[in-house]
Design a protein around this ligand. Structure first.
Ligand code: MN
Length: 251
């Protein structure tokens, strides 16, 4: 549990805030406690500043997209989280941490799941992007590169599989590189869910997120319109491998 707490500190989710400190006491629900401990440990939730300028990811991700994505979409998730009454929050957070399957008939729960997930996922995503003005070849190195070669045969093979999976994911969601039980795997999640929310986490899986890609249309539509594959092909230029390695190597 402390590993996960440290992990979220490292990815910059501290300081968000503490309504759900109750979560910490629930020993069985480690995966989503992670979100609870650092992601919602105090109120109000706040929009984290980007570690670069809005135009810094040009030409691969355009300034206007970054401005709207950060100040409108991410801000909206933050606002929604803050709007949820604390009395409701106690119940809903408890439900989320049990990694229950999303219940479309339960509106209140989905509101929290979607918006808290949106806040956590985007907070992580911004740190996993990095300017690359000179369009230099952008590759992982060190132990992460070794692990990618081991689990996917080569970086090119990994890139191909990740791109395919991200492109083909139906509708809104995320594509992730995850270290699950010491093996790197590519996973996608619906809407604003993330690998920590999956039921399999409860079954004693160890899960570490290494890389995240937002494949919602709002992440690319202004520049790439409907061409998600082109957005993904360009995103590889600004994937922050240093950050990914830091996450991979984190205890
Ligand atoms: Mn997004």
């Amino acid at each position: 549990m402390s590993d996960r707490r440290d992990f979220f500190k490292k990815i910059g989710l501290i300081g968000l805030s503490g309504i759900a400190t109750k979560l910490v006491s629930n020993e069985q629900l480690q995966a989503l406690e992670t979100l609870g401990q650092e992601g919602i440990s105090s109120l109000p939730f706040t929009l984290p500043a980007l570690p670069y300028a809005y135009n810094a990811l040009e030409p691969f991700i355009d300034e206007q997209t970054m401005i709207i994505h950060h100040t409108k979409h991410h801000q909206a998730y933050v606002n929604k989280c803050n709007e949820i009454k604390s009395t409701d929050m106690d119940y809903q957070v408890d439900d989320i941490t049990k990694c229950r399957q999303f219940d479309p008939t339960s509106k209140g729960k989905s509101i929290l799941r979607n918006n808290l997930g949106g806040h956590v996922n985007h907070t992580l995503f911004w740190t996993l992007l990095k300017p690359n003005k000179d369009a230099k070849l952008n590759l992982p190195s060190g132990k992460l590169a070794e692990a990618i070669n081991k689990d996917f045969k080569s970086f090119d093979e990994f890139k191909k599989l990740f791109s395919e999976k991200a492109t083909k994911h139906f509708g809104s969601g995320w594509c992730w590189l995850v270290l699950r039980n010491n093996t790197l795997v590519i996973e996608t999640t619906e809407n604003q869910e993330n690998p920590f929310m999956r039921a399999s986490v409860v079954d004693n899986d160890t899960v570490k997120v290494v890389l995240a890609l937002d494949v919602w249309e709002h992440a690319y539509y202004l520049k790439y319109q409907n061409k998600r594959a082109d957005y993904i092909a360009n995103w590889w230029n600004v994937a922050n491998w240093e950050k990914a390695e830091e996450l991979f190597n984190a205890k």
